[in-house]
Design a protein around this ligand. Sequence first.
Ligand code: PLP
Length: 375
Amino acid sequence: MRDRGLSEEEVMRGLLKMRAKDLSYDRIFSSMCTPPHPIALKAHQLFQETNLGDPGLFPGSAELEAEAVRMMAELLGHPEACGYLSTGGTESNIQAIRAARNSADFRDGNIVVPRSAHFSFDKIGDLLSLEIRKADLDGDLKVEVGSVEELIDEKTVSLVGIAGTTEFGQVDPIDRLGRLALDWGIPLHVDAAFGGFVLPFLGGDWRWDFSVEGVTSITIDPHKMGMATIPGGGLLFRHPEDLERLAAYAPYLTVARPKALTGTRSGAAAAAIWAVMSHLGMEGFKEVVNGCMALSRRMASGAKEIGIEPVIEPVMNVVTLRMEDPEGVRAALLGRRWRVSTTRSPKALRLIMMPHSTAENVDLFLGDLEDVLRK
Ligand code: PLP
């Protein structure tokens, strides 16, 4: 650090210079985040100094957290579910598996996850000393329930299903995994970090949340499709005793048995989550999700017109396009200022239609994609 501080003006100049290096979201098709809803930004600013790690000092913020959790519990089919607001999908997944691991009377266990699971589960293996067993996927990139069953043994502490896979936006057969979990008497955690704010608004007959017997916990991320500020995650449990398994003892705090992984926690993020959910309501979110799905269909059908097939018909607002050299295409598109990502298996170009995506940009992108593929 310098001896003598800079003036506010100099600091602001330095900040603006760096901010100008950051990309704006409009030409980004690779991100599961999006600019927060304006009301989330206002709420965040209003609560920015509050700390949910010591909720007795900030009872208003704590009420907003409780209320946001209650709204998410309703959204996920079990209004009595309990939980807390985390820093995001990674923390929620860690904590869900930690609660499951703590319910077993041994420490050298394993969990069975789909091969499509987010890389946070590899971290979980490392952190909690659990073996991560990866089950095969079927032709539609959903987990094969038979493969899951083959990997279960007496040391399995949890099964995991994904409602909205990171790479392909596919939804595992959660109802069948639920039956398996009940048969074996083990918890089933559903990772809906991305799908949690999409699937409830899609319409149709989805069975993936607490309405499925056997589902014991769910990860849901407001800082993705929930349009809240970062860091905004959610973790919900069907049974209060599972949340209790995460409690630590901190007698000097106003709440002596905190459950979250981090100590200091952002009350601003809680306020932002509460604000967007209250403001948009079910109807507002339906509109947002319908818009993203319309763009996904536009992207997939536009790609077909230039001879590229999607890996799967978009289930959610993730479009993956099969091609020979997705990495090369991605690099060429970068030269045209488009940010896209690729998948591992099968190899494809991956595009996420977020609230910041527009029909105009989808069309411009498809024109550039056609050009790049012709060269
Ligand atoms: N789970 C799924 C399905 C995800 O798609 C992601 C991130 O994209 C995560 C977990 C991790 O979330 P975070 O980056 O908020 O930790």
